[in-house]
Design a protein around this ligand. Sequence first.
Ligand SMILES: [Zn+2]
Length: 441
Amino acid sequence: MTAYWCALAWLGGERAESGVLVEVEGSAITSVTPGEDSPPRDATILDGLTLPGLANAHSHAFQRALRGRTQRGRGTFWTWREEMYRAAGRIEPDTYLALARATYAEMAMAGITTVGEFHYVHHTPSGAPYDDPNEMGRVLLAAAAQAGVRITLIDACYLHGGIDAPLEEGQRRFSDGSAEAWAERVDDLDESGSVRVGAAIHSMRAVDPDSAATVAAWAREHDRPLHAHVSEQPAENEACRDAYGRTPTGLLADAGALDASFTAIHGTHLDAADVAMLGEAGSCCCVCPTTERDLADGIGRMRPLVDAGVRLAFGSDSHAVIDPFEEARAVELDERLATGERGNHGAVELLRAATAGGHACLGWPEAGRIGPGAPADLVTVALDGVRLAGYDADTVLDAVVFGATAADVRSVLVDGVQVVRDGRHGIAPSELHEAIRAVTG
Ligand SMILES: [Zn+2]
């Protein structure tokens, strides 16, 4: 048994608790006792505000290589996509392992204990499978294990270059040829204590409605999370309306995809009927504001979604930055810009989305909370730096959500294992630098 004494901890309520003793047996929390004024002698002291593990519910690890390379110049989502395909075309299993493990280490340093990797770079650049058709997926699982984070590999079905359009050269390695072949490949991926496997319909541009139904049926039969990129761009909505007379959300509903295990990624350009459908299904929306603003996607309106019954989660997606605090506050602050109103989402609602909400949509409903039976994930934000000076127990949650950065994360435990200590991870930043240089030349 190991004991941790948190000077302040957020246990899921409206305010932080003082003097919280957390007892851990193996990988799980066994007891949580607030109001312990001083640390017991044997306890490890966690000074600062301790949060449950944060979930990054939408990641494309290879896109970390684009940071600083695609922000300059003019263009749109669609010109960015060309550069992204060039990066996707250059990775191979060995370089991807190095890049993903160092990217996941960056996530761990930001307080992320679970990553949802939306994976579609499956095959060799020509489209032929590797000797092990799941080589790239297994590389990502190894990368997460080496970085010390939990992973849900959200294996994406990606079949077409657009609606009724063949794959472009840069897209060939994404496709299994059919949804049936996708399912056969994914059936071979095993889960373990720190690995879960989910399904994705890449988008209603890249997957036709019949194939989407096959993927949705697979997810339902196997009781796995199902994700899809949904209405990130107006052009995606127009293409679906022109071809099928339905929005992407409508098509997903027709395919049987919408239920409580479904997560719409982005949801930037939803109409009222889409919002109602997602709400009725009790689905989740994973908003990725730092990427959406980088790609000029637009501002997703999350308040109507939450009011309709949709749960929220956050993702760093293209990793323009990896900072869950920036992601969380952007949901509120961008919505202020779009609506002219403040206070659409409070700090506690945003923290719940960043922790329990993200974990639930990745298939880890037991994680993202500090309580008996939960995995021992403890993320401690230092409060002694200049950014958070002036906090008190009443204001600390708002101070952290609206003022902290990833650099304020000092200690991270995942499943009872200390992965980040004094702000440092065993995988050095130089490894990330080298890994990116290896795939960008
Ligand atoms: Zn994405």
